[in-house]
Design a protein around this ligand. Structure first.
Ligand code: ZN
Ligand code: ZN
Length: 353
């Protein structure tokens, strides 16, 4: 485990140097940034949380990479910064790094507004989240507390400049090739350099990457995510190593993708099982899937359950039991879901999605 906390050095099959830099982004929450030396480019992939010791860990990482290369390295030496996706643990460090460098900063266009128009987007999402929590069956008295938790984590960042989007440069910069993988985030990308792929949080070892309903943000949600996993598998082929934003590197990508798809299918089957006898809310489904959770994990579990419920609803596997109540109210009401189709039919549909 100690190695997970040290800077790790990897060389691609065509001689590019990669340094994996672990950042302690929240109390014992680790995220990786990557420093890449290739041709005349010095590239930073992701920037950490701008919180806890993330910024200091990033400086330490550059220093130890510089020692290994035999030349001092600082933010001023960077030529590019690529952001794998618009989640705060990957881009918030821009607030610290961007003012210290003239590096060109790039992100996918679908996550561009998250970074450059940060406060406006936060206000819109928090309203959709409030609506979702009512429909999920969270008691009204508890909703302000959950929304507050959401707003506090989002207080770590201010809007930041972005110099280009991956789409407008043809999904290529020098030897780097970008591939759009919407789902976990709307503008998530995988980045290929030689025989190595940087994958952000699209595919992770040990955990299935977090999913939230598309009703919060277009181009997220489980339908997009599963489509992206399949298109990504075809694009990626058999890389030597896949480097994620968290957890250990992946060496058998095909197996890991199959495991993730299977885990989502099992969750969808479990939901159909639990509502076949008795209609349930998303909150009840979340508790059955993930047990009792506390703090920010309450929101994460609800979003994850909500993404699976949304998938089933979208494909006509479940419907709303209390639709009369919905019809007679001008405000959002708690939704109770019941199943319409069975697990065998889900298996047939799931193979195509
Ligand atoms: Zn993420
Ligand atoms: Zn992450």
């Amino acid at each position: 485990m100690l190695a997970e906390r040290d800077v790790t050095h990897i060389t691609t099959n065509r001689g590019a140097q990669i340094f994996r830099i672990p950042l302690n982004g929240l109390e014992d929450f680790w995220v990786f940034a990557y420093l890449v030396v290739v041709e005349d480019m010095l590239v930073l992939i992701d920037t950490g949380t701008n919180y806890h010791t993330s910024n200091q860990d990033l400086i330490k990482g550059l220093t130890s990479a510089g020692e290994l290369l035999g030349r001092p390295l600082g933010f001023a030496d960077l030529t590019h910064i690529f952001i794998t996706h618009g989640h705060i643990d990957h881009y918030a460090g821009l607030a610290f790094v961007a003012p210290q460098t003239r590096a060109l900063i790039g992100v996918h266009e679908y996550d561009y507004p998250i970074i450059v128009n940060y406060h406006e987007r936060k206000e819109r999402v928090v309203r959709r989240l409030a609506h979702f929590l009512v429909e999920a069956g969270v008691k009204p008295a508890r909703i302000p507390e959950i929304l507050n938790m959401y707003m506090i984590t989002k207080g770590l960042f201010e809007s930041c400049r972005i110099d280009f989007t991956f789409g407008e440069v043809g999904m290529r910069v020098g030897p780097f090739e970008f591939f759009h993988v919407p789902g976990h985030s709307a503008g998530a990308v995988a980045i290929r350099l030689h025989d190595v792929i940087f994958v952000g949080d699209h595919v992770l070892s040990d955990i299935t990457p977090h999913q939230a309903p598309e009703s919060f943000t277009l181009n997220t949600g489980l339908t997009h995510y599963l489509e992206s996993l399949r298109s990504f598998a075809a694009w990626a082929g058999s890389p030597s190593i896949v480097l994620g934003g968290h957890n250990a590197p992946i060496t058998d990508l095909g197996t890991r993708i199959s495991e993730i798809i299977q885990e989502h299918f099992t969750r969808l089957e479990n939901i159909l099982d639990m509502i076949s006898e008795q209609p349930r809310t998303t909150l009840e489904i979340s508790k059955t899937l993930f047990g009792q959770v506390a703090g920010y994990n309450i929101l994460l579990a609800l979003e994850e359950a909500g993404a699976h419920v949304e998938y089933l609803y979208r494909l006509g596997f479940i419907s709303i039991e209390n639709i009369e109540e919905v019809r007679s109210s001008s405000e959002p009401v708690r939704l109770l879901y019941r199943s319409l189709r069975n697990k065998e039919e889900l298996g047939n549909v799931f193979k195509k999605h």
